[in-house]
Design a protein around this ligand. Sequence first.
Ligand code: ZN
Length: 294
Amino acid sequence: MKPGPRLANVSGRATLLWDEGCRDVATLSKGRFGPNPQDLFENWEEFLAWAGDIEPVYTPLPDERLFGPPTPRPGQVFAIGLNYRNHASEAGYDTKALPQVFTKFPSSLTGPYAEVQVLSPRLDWEIELVVVMAKSARRVKEDDAWSYTAGLMVGQDLSARDVQLAGSSPQWSLGKSFEGFAPVGPYITLTADCANRDDLVLDCELNGVCVQRARSSEMIWSVPELISRLSSVCELRPGDLIFTGTPAGVGNRMQPPRYLTPGDRVVSSIGGLGSMVTEFVAPKNGGDRDVPEW
Ligand code: ZN
């Protein structure tokens, strides 16, 4: 079967993307789907059937700067901590401990070629595989879990370690939700088109040097297990995201620790799902950062 188009957010509009070019969903469907990329998930099966019949056209590819997050406003963003043994171990946790569940608030989402302000003196990178849900899911069995997904994309779970680890009970969700701390993209690859979806290679480069490299098959909780476990508690809804955890190689576990500063460039790639480029810049309002000390 020929692969379907990938789904991108170009200038805030749902866009079908092939190697050869792109087409605007709302224009092509005469308003039946889109233009808001988040709305595609409300009628996912119909959209998928429609999109599967669309032929690529040869067009110039859009400027990278126009790409936004393929899911701009998900209702829920789940995130998993300590889901790779080598990262749990480097972070000083018992590798038999259950993975952690937290959220990245949706206002932290940004596009795949974003500039992110260095809003923390201890800003760290975490490449992650991100799952996009297609269907409402409650108490889903592992064997059925992939059928509830729309696709996969690359994500960065950027983390302000000072805020994340502050206090007697750490503030994971808050420390990972500053503006721009959730780059996702560059597009959604449909689940049916994800070859080796259980064994993808993740690769994160800082200024051209590889800092994280792992396979998604090394996850403690696999994608089907995550969906099964999360949906045993919460309803997962169309368009929701799951950040599935990061492997070893983050900055705060380096000796000495290495945190992101203005001028740094992080390239996050997952085999078959594309690459994102995140540029780090000084806070726009001047000063070290515009928030209280933690
Ligand atoms: Zn993470």
